[in-house]
Design a protein around this ligand. Structure first.
Ligand code: ATP
Length: 354
């Protein structure tokens, strides 16, 4: 992966319908996707992920804004003239053709010479480990195998960018996990830029070089999985990815004073009333009355093997979740009603934008 940009969206707006019935599927989206990266568009249903993918593919045109590929404006270029290919959730294979014929099809349509078509098809089938199935009809394959054929077919013309629209969502959990590893391997081996759409946060965190988190047609945050998880910029990103405790308070010096009186130190204070976000694994339970700790009451607990989740309440009713390593036996577990003190891992408290 380099810093070189392959796909750029510049102030892209996509509206469907007119007047009061208009839906702004994309609302001023600007984004740079780097050459050779595994980039994921992540967000809940209806946030505009597929629409952005379709604009990059050329199946739709933006209402406003431009799409660039390697610096050239491709906003109005038809799909077949873009060095971009798409893998759909439905695979869209030809059931009456064999595996090899499916993979060869796109290359033949591009007018590539027969020996090249044959060699590339063989190489692609080896890449997705389906050499042994070359002569089978695709209707005789399992879902996972069909997905591999779809991938081989899409990769065969060596596109600069491969767009993948929830390609794993039709697979069962075990196969889905296997294909996640497989997709990541294919992307690394081919070096092709992948733009992957999912609403599954775990899938996005495990596979991507970078993630663009979307909500209501807007890009909320773009960053590496670790950045998005540890430094979410707003409440939406913090709650969509992983579990988060939210606390409101007022800035005071280098900290934030909570309504219960305690001051939480923060790295980058912002003036006024703010929202703090703390992951449950960064909440530490200490002895009640320990200097600087926030007094809390245990209201419930869930045992997860080596982890223990505690629900706690502050004096003003704010609910806090803490995830602590319990040891396999859960020894020393706290009981409901017990008084404790809470501390947050220094540096792990985020001050949110909203
Ligand atoms: P999902 O995960 O459910 O596929 P998504 O994030 O991909 O959702 P989009 O399919 O991009 O979301 O849709 C974004 C918004 O635009 C939705 O409100 C959707 O109803 C609307 N929309 C998409 N395509 C059209 C269309 N052709 N006509 C009218 N509205 C549309």
């Amino acid at each position: 992966m380099t810093d070189e940009v392959t796909i750029s969206a510049r102030n892209v707006v996509k509206a469907f319908g007119q007047g009061n019935a208009a839906v702004r599927a994309l609302d001023d989206v600007s984004l740079d996707i780097r050459k050779g990266e595994f980039f994921t568009l992540l967000g809940p249903s209806g946030c505009g992920k597929t629409t952005l993918l379709r604009l990059i593919a050329g199946f739709e045109m933006p209402t406003e804004g431009t799409i660039l590929l390697d610096g050239a404006d491709i906003t109005t270029l038809p799909p077949n003239r873009r060095p971009v290919n798409t893998v759909f959730q439905s695979y869209a294979l030809f059931p009456h053709l064999t595996v090899a014929q499916n993979v060869a099809f796109g290359l033949q349509m591009l007018g590539r010479p027969a020996p090249e078509v044959k060699a590339t098809t063989e190489r692609m089938l080896a890449l997705v480990k389906l050499e042994a199935m070359a002569g089978r009809k695709t209707s005789q394959l399992s879902g996972g195998q069909q997905q591999r054929v779809a991938l081989a077919r899409a990769l065969a013309p060596q596109p600069k960018v491969l767009l993948l629209d929830e390609p794993l969502s039709a697979l069962d959990l075990k196969l889905r996990k296997e294909m996640q590893v497989e997709l990541k391997r294919l992307q690394t081996e081919t070096g092709i830029t992948f733009v992957f759409v999912t609403h599954d946060q775990e899938e996005a965190l495990t596979m991507s070089d970078r993630i663009g988190v979307m909500s209501h047609g807007k890009l909320q945050q773009v960053g590496a999985p670790r950045d998005i998880y540890t430094r979410p910029v707003n409440r939406f990103v913090a709650s969509f990815i992983g579990e988060t405790n939210f606390l409101s308070g007022v800035t005071e010096g280098a900290g934030v004073r909570l309504p219960v009186g305690a001051v939480v130190p923060v790295d980058s204070p912002r003036a006024g009333t703010v929202t703090l976000a703390v992951r449950p694994e960064h909440v530490r339970i200490v002895a009640p009355g320990e200097a600087g700790a926030i007094p809390a009451t245990v209201t419930g607990s869930v045992y997860f093997g080596t982890d223990m989740n505690y629900q706690l309440a502050l004096a003003d009713g704010t609910e806090i979740e803490a995830c602590v390593v319990s040891g396999v036996t859960g020894e020393g577990a706290l009981s409901k009603g017990e008084q404790v003190g809470l501390r947050f891992t220094p540096g792990a408290v985020q001050v949110l934008e909203d």
